[in-house]
Design a protein around this ligand. Structure first.
Ligand SMILES: C[S@@+](CC[C@H](N)C(=O)[O-])C[C@H]1O[C@@H](n2cnc3c(N)ncnc32)[C@H](O)[C@@H]1O
Length: 283
């Protein structure tokens, strides 16, 4: 591989098909979802989740938001278009005896009746889909009148530390690597501007919309391998960008990441942060 980006289609850099999410479901479950529970609880508290509420999780993955919601006493339906994600979620919910069940569903067309849920939420999920306006309208449609809709999304990409550390390490080994295309923002950051998120929630039919910008995603890693697994397990796009690297190049990148992480940590793990926008509105 010399310039991975030139060998990757433009569309592939911006969206990932369902098969690509299925392919990372095990990595996601092991390396990403467990680190999300503080964030999920912060979002659920901002949305006013109460024990006994019915909660719908949209683009739920392996349960990063659903599992904390069920542990807080909600009755949860978790939906995701990727069957492998739902398999992991159902296995965890079953093992813990949680009141949560997963079903395969595309967020653009939810197979759910109008006015069903007390709270409908999506964490780092509807944030990144192609027709976000349609997905938000669906979230509002299935929420009870007076119920709330929660959307947790990444903020400013310039402050997304893990992404920059990862790209820096790849460039240290493959200097011509350009990273994601700069001519069109990644869908992942389509509501990075809190005002855009606020307006999209209003346009979807919500009132009393508030966007909190005080929370961060915190990624704790001790080794380069852990950061590599977090990046490749959290979203298919990093894996697509480095698909043509040799095993030797991958091993070199992980060594570079090891050094970067050592520089950032004293005794404990290195902490990498990313800003978040947490939007909540009422139907
Ligand atoms: C970054 S993961 C977030 C998972 C989970 N919400 C969490 O907090 O850990 C994004 C999820 O969105 C799902 N997804 C992407 N497009 C989707 C769509 N059109 N309909 C439903 N789920 C989708 C993916 O399969 C993946 O599980």
């Amino acid at each position: 591989m010399t310039n991975v980006k030139q060998e990757t289609t433009h569309e592939a850099q911006h969206t990932a098909p369902v098969e690509a999410w299925d392919a990372i479901a095990a990595l996601y479950d092991e390396h990403v979802a467990p680190g999300e529970s503080d964030l999920a609880i912060a979002g659920l508290r901002l949305a006013g989740l109460q024990a006994g509420d019915t909660f719908l999780d949209v683009a739920a993955g392996t349960g990063g938001l659903s599992v904390p919601a069920a542990r807080l006493g909600a009755t949860v339906l978790a939906t995701d278009w990727a069957p492998k994600m739902i398999e992991h979620l159902n296995a965890l919910a079953g093992a813990e005896g949680l009141d949560a069940v997963g079903r395969v569903m595309d967020c653009h067309a939810l197979d759910i009746a109008d006015d069903t849920y007390d709270l409908t939420g999506s964490q780092i999920g509807v944030m990144l889909v192609a027709d976000q306006a349609q997905a938000l309208r669906e979230m509002v449609r299935v929420t009870k009148p007076g119920g709330r809709v929660l959307l947790i999304a990444y903020g400013n990409p310039d402050e997304f530390e893990a992404l920059h550390v990862f790209i820096g390490a790849v460039q240290a080994v493959v200097p011509e690597f350009e990273g994601p295309a700069e001519d069109e923002p990644m869908l992942e950051f389509q509501v990075a501007d809190p005002d855009v998120l606020r307006q999209r929630l209003i346009d979807a039919g919500l009132k009393d919309v508030n966007v909190d910008t005080t929370n961060q995603e915190r990624i704790e890693v001790r080794t380069g391998q852990q950061l590599w697994d977090w990046c490749l397990g959290g979203n298919p796009i990093p894996g697509m960008l480095v698909a043509d690297l040799t095993d030797e190049q991958r091993a070199d990148i992980i060594r570079v990441l090891d050094g970067m992480i050592r520089e950032r940590s004293a005794d404990g793990p290195a902490v990498l942060t990313a800003p978040l926008n947490i939007g909540v509105g009422t139907k």
